[in-house]
Design a protein around this ligand. Structure first.
Ligand code: ARG
Length: 599
């Protein structure tokens, strides 16, 4: 069984202060951190909490506890005290035991879930159906997916979900454009992905609409843009179509279903290439009426109110917010209404303990309001819902505008990344001797790895400029650098196996400083995962993996492995290499990134 050195130390210190000062200190409350570079040691404990009970100066307390630990805890070999900080040197022999523990644990650092684990639902992607996924969605989806993976690794039961906003005026615009200007074109006949075709329709609507507005203004002097937009026959037609949709007009519904199907087939392809998925997908067309019902229920209970014109509102002024419209005077629902309905269906399907919405920071206010509304409407998790709010992504060229068709399309970008990865490997000549299919697979792994890692390594709250060139660099904090190191380790391990070196005994070996330090870094992994789960931060996992890989490369540079003559030392180094590869692969897998066996 693997016990983290921090845990052993915490127990030791707890025992020490009991023995020395008769003090009861809960081991869980004794926290240690990595010793600062300028001092000797692996772990450092603060002794200030014990000074009062000891009635001695911090230095003296540190010395007494340190001495006690050396005498009673085999893992502790030496110590030094700096002010009130007790720096502990862990015995080298202890680290080989830690390494053996890591090697024996199947999913090192993961906590298994039980029936009593919290049920966490994570919503991500949540597209509209009038256009294909873009770069912003990529960040959203990668964050949501990796967050789900991390939370599951931390022992939660996780449900990955998606809400598709599949109804409303925007979809009607695409439908109308298709009827008018697309000559019955289908994804099959045009050889395009369905979501792209529907997106083209949306762009076409906007183009014609703008022309119409311009023309109206030219023909009617004195008409301003707002008036022209209101008078636009195209917009009127779109609105009429929405009314027909609401009235379940069979023809409109049939077209809507047909075009949405195209879109979903397109989305599925994109998700598949990204390597992500969902446990349960919700559709606004199923949830918005539930939302209406729930709002009317709230009206009855008196937590919402109706205005004279018939519209329904929530008064959130006591919460420091505005008044919020929930049903228009004609009874139609708004964006917020469908979120209430979606919440209702989700809770009916799953006894959610925690709900996490991965949605861009332009909707911060929306989720503040939603949280209060759900709470008032009786959702136990409403008040503590998490809006996982992330920043924008742009390309170096600048802003994206979906209506003008200048967005960075997710499919195009992925294809471009894979292409670039193939070119880079070609130039480096690293894949000579591999089959066409093997090369293609590696390009896929590296191209997408570069993209994903670049988007995930940053604090989610920050805006990013995605730079394709920088992301695919084989050096520095990039996906390919990590993947490359992984492939290198795997190659060493393969050669070791061929030479008959695998699985040797290293239990009697005293690891050197470089080796101990690297094992300590490996042993940090469970704490990093726990912290990443607690703070909802895939970036922590990403940067841990990078630091690990950097440290491994230094070790690899300094310590011979296959050339090492001493069989025990060689076995130790191979075991360290193997554990590093496994943890790198695991961390990357939590980020949704594959690692190649060769590269
Ligand atoms: N479909 C929306 C959009 O594209 C985002 C939905 C976010 N999720 C939610 N539960 N409101 O802006």
């Amino acid at each position: 069984m693997y016990t983290a050195p921090e845990k052993i130390l915490a127990q030791g210190v707890s025992d020490a202060v009991k023995a020395l000062y008769g003090l009861d200190a809960d081991p869980a409350s004794i926290v240690s951190s990595a010793t600062r570079k300028e001092f000797e040691g692996n772990l450092t404990v603060m002794v200030f909490p014990f000074v009062k009970a000891a009635r001695k100066a911090p230095e003296a307390v540190g010395n007494e506890i340190g001495q006690w630990l050396v005498e009673n805890v085999p893992a502790v070999s030496r110590f030094n005290v700096v002010k009130g900080f007790l720096n502990i040197v862990i015995a080298p022999s202890f680290w080989t035991g830690v390494l053996a523990g890591i090697e024996k644990t199947e999913h090192f650092g993961h906590k298994p879930d039980t029936d009593a684990s919290p049920l966490v639902m994570v919503e991500y992607s949540s597209p509209n159906t009038n256009k294909p996924l873009h770069l912003g969605h990529l960040r959203n989806i990668l964050l949501g997916y990796s967050l789900s993976q991390i939370l599951a690794a931390c022992g939660n039961r996780v449900v990955k979900t998606n809400i598709v906003n599949d109804r409303g005026i925007h979809i009607c615009k695409s439908m109308l454009a298709w009827q008018k200007w697309f000559d019955g074109r289908t994804p099959e006949s045009a050889h395009v992905k369905g979501d792209h075709l529907v997106g083209d329709c949306y762009v076409a609507f906007d183009k014609h609409f703008k022309e119409e507005v311009k023309k109206l203004m030219a023909e009617n002097p004195g008409m301003d843009e707002e008036q022209a937009k209101a008078a636009s026959p195209l917009m009127q037609e779109a609105r009429e179509m929405l009314l027909k949709w609401e009235a379940r007009d069979p023809e409109v519904r049939a077209l809507w279903e047909r075009m949405n199907r195209w879109v979903y087939d397109g989305f599925d392809e994109t998700y598949k290439r990204m390597g992500v998925g969902f446990d349960k997908i919700y559709y606004e067309s199923d949830t918005y009426l539930e939302g209406k019902e729930k709002v009317l229920e709230g009206l009855e209970k008196g937590v919402l109110y109706r205005r004279e014109d018939g519209s329904v509102w929530a008064d959130l002024r006591n919460d420091g917010l505005d008044e919020k419209l929930l049903l228009r005077k004609d009874g139609t629902s708004v964006y917020m209404t469908q979120d209430i309905g979606t919440a209702k269906l989700r809770f009916r399907d799953y006894p959610i303990d925690k709900m996490i919405y991965v949605v861009g920071n332009e909707q911060n206010y929306h989720f503040q309001v939603l949280s209060i509304l759900l709470d008032r409407l009786g959702f136990s998790w409403g008040k503590d819902l998490v809006h996982f709010s992330y920043g924008m992504v742009e390309l170096p060229e600048g802003k994206m505008k979906s209506r003008e068709g200048t967005v960075v399309d997710a499919d195009d970008l992925m294809a471009k990344m894979v292409e670039t990865a193939a070119e880079v490997s070609e130039q480096l000549g690293k894949l000579d001797g591999l089959s066409e299919a093997e090369r293609a697979d590696i390009a896929e792994i590296v191209g997408l790895g570069a993209l994903k890692y670049f988007l995930l390594k940053v604090d989610p709250r920050k805006n990013i400029t995605f730079n394709p060139k920088e992301s695919i660099d084989f050096n520095g904090n990039t996906g390919p650098f990590i993947q490359y190191t992984y492939a290198r380790i795997r190659s060493v391990l393969r050669r070791a196996a061929e030479a008959g070196f695998a699985g040797g005994d290293y239990s009697a070996v005293e690891p050197g400083e470089k080796e101990s330090d690297l094992i300590q870094r490996l042993a940090d992994y469970p704490a990093v995962l726990a912290e990443a789960g607690r703070t909802y931060s895939p970036a922590l996992v990403a940067n841990y993996v990078y630091d690990l890989v950097k440290q491994y490369n230094q070790f690899y540079h300094d310590c011979p492995i296959l050339k090492e003559e001493n069989a025990g030392v060689r076995s130790l180094r191979l075991a360290i290499s193997d554990a590093t590869a496994r943890i790198v692969a695991d961390g990357m897998q939590l980020l949704g990134i594959r690692v190649p066996e060769r590269m």
